[in-house]
Design a protein around this ligand. Sequence first.
Ligand code: BEZ
Ligand code: FE
Length: 285
Amino acid sequence: MINYFTEEASVEAVNGRIGEAARPRLKVVMESLVQHLHAFVKDVHLTQEEWEIAIEFLTKTGQICSGERQEYILLSDVLGVSMLVDAINNRRPPGATENTVFGPFHVADAPVRANGDTICLDGKGESCLFEGRVLDLEGNPIAGACVDVWSDNAEGFYDVQQPDVQPKWNNRGRFMSEADGSYSFVGIKPVSYPIPDDGPVGKMLGALGRHPYRPAHMHFLVTAPGFQKLVTHTFVGGDTYLESDAVFGVKKSLIAPFERLEGDKTLWRSTYDFVLVPETFEGPF
Ligand code: BEZ
Ligand code: FE
């Protein structure tokens, strides 16, 4: 039977064209995408003008992308898709540290520094000692884990956003956990900042009455042989944007203590342990 396109049978008309050669997983994904996309268009009764606005939006989103800027990932972030993909693919047992969004500002191969060293190279901001341990699910220390960290500077910018202003590798570094699983480094108490909002995604947020801010956080990528990779942040409790993070990255378990110190080398201390899951771990969760 020929499936001519009709409003009622639109999904069947499109999905019916998928040929034998299509890989099974591609078929599953595309059939579902077409089904949901058509349902959405019918649900909102999309007008011709709205369709044109959508095409223009997607065109501009592509046009602003470059080697340094990925507006589509930003779009995925603000629509909650990045966090949903992350959640589905990183289900963890109780006690394990939760994942959150990776973000666009990680730079591979940051300098490996000794525990206790500073990552703040521009001398700005309120100094903060970050310390804790890397542990397995039973609470045993994991030695030799790589704790890769990055944050914005006191003015709310990552070094890669200001290559002519900030020293290279400002507020970044890699630290190897000690025999007792401990890590430590001196950074700054992070500050909240807006995600890049001068493009179509920022314009969309504005039109929706949404702000572009992320609550203050320190990024961590923790890896150790035999364990699942952990991509996460710790958040500063009390931040104005904790409940309205532009990219939905906040999880309660990731809000870390930030203690004000008196007469110490640093103004603040934040202690947080990371608990990794063995690579071979299979539910139930
Ligand atoms: C970040 O935390 O670095 C980030 C995450 C998602 C979008 C933009 C920035
Ligand atoms: Fe960030």
